[in-house]
Design a protein around this ligand. Structure first.
Ligand code: NDP
Length: 251
């Protein structure tokens, strides 16, 4: 049996219908996992399922709605009977300086990036424990490490995701569950296409600071997802692993 074989395992990838989430989902599917994605957009969900293979499925959900994370876990268990791998990838950003961010903007970002992630993970715990090799993979950011002037709520949420991941690792190791965070560098997705409009200097500054001299691509996330989900990573927990072309090596 291959170290990275995920046959028979069920993975739920939030925001798995596009961008980094689809890149992560592709890696899990390539190793044999049955992948279930979720997002608000039914057309994007259907396109992802078509790509991820005949065992794949999607549930349409806005994870910030009351009860949505808990319902999603129930739906996955009703469909697949188990949940082995939870990838908390869905996220959003509102770019505003801290002095002018509103309560509503703050809540929009924190509700999805942090609170929905916690609710989904908490709801998934019994199934991940029953799996015997449960995996939680949370998506942080370079802003889990660094600060920028224009993303106070996003930075607060992504810093907290790393600390929450460490709490999960400490609490659930006894249940056979690992919890790790992935910290993407600057990746070419819908999210950052908007960022490049909001912050016109961003494109050149990312290229200047990234030793790999390119933006990342969602395909750069297949390998890290496969590794962290696999038995090969059974003793890897509580970490936050940059996938950033070396961006975080330089100040
Ligand atoms: P995208 O905007 O391309 O994807 C976001 C995903 O989240 C979509 O699949 C979207 O699906 C889903 N989503 C958004 N809001 C909700 C919601 N309320 N409920 C359920 N699903 C939702 O972004 P990226 O792929 O770039 O980002 C993915 C993750 O990676 C995020 O957590 C982001 O913070 C993080 N990240 C991205 C970086 C980058 O450079 N791109 C850098 C660092 C971190 P739908 O539209 O169907 O709802």
């Amino acid at each position: 049996m291959s170290l990275f074989d995920l046959s028979g395992r069920v993975a739920l990838v939030t925001g798995g219908n596009g961008g980094i989430g689809l890149g992560l989902a592709r890696g899990l599917a390539a190793c044999g996992a049955r992948v279930i994605v979720t997002g608000r957009d039914a057309a994007k969900n259907a396109a992802a399922v078509a790509e991820l293979g005949k065992a794949a499925a999607a549930f349409q959900a806005d994870l910030t709605k009351p009860g949505a994370p808990e319902k999603l876990v129930a739906d996955v268990l009703a469909l697949a009977g188990r949940l082995d791998i939870l990838v908390n990838n869905a996220g959003t950003n509102i770019r505003k300086r801290p002095d002018i961010v509103t309560d509503e903007e703050w809540a929009t970002v924190i509700d999805l990036n942090l609170t929905a992630l916690m609710r989904l993970t908490r709801a998934a715990h019994p199934a991940l424990k029953a799996s015997g090799h449960g995996r939680v993979i949370n998506i942080g950011s370079m802003l889990s490490i660094f600060g920028v002037a224009f993303s106070p709520a996003y930075g607060a949420s992504k810093g907290a995701v790393v600390q929450y991941t460490k709490s999960l690792a400490a609490a659930w190791a006894a249940d056979g569950i690992t919890a790790n965070a992935i910290l993407p560098g600057w990746i070419d997705t819908d999210l950052t296409r908007k960022a490049r409009i909001d912050v016109p200097t961003l494109h050149d500054s990312v290229l200047a600071r990234t030793p790999a001299k390119r933006w990342g691509d969602p395909r750069d996330f297949a390998g890290i997802a496969a590794f962290l989900a696999s038995d090969a990573a059974a003793f890897v927990t509580g970490t936050a692993i940059p996938v950033d072309g070396g961006y975080s090596t330089q100040g």
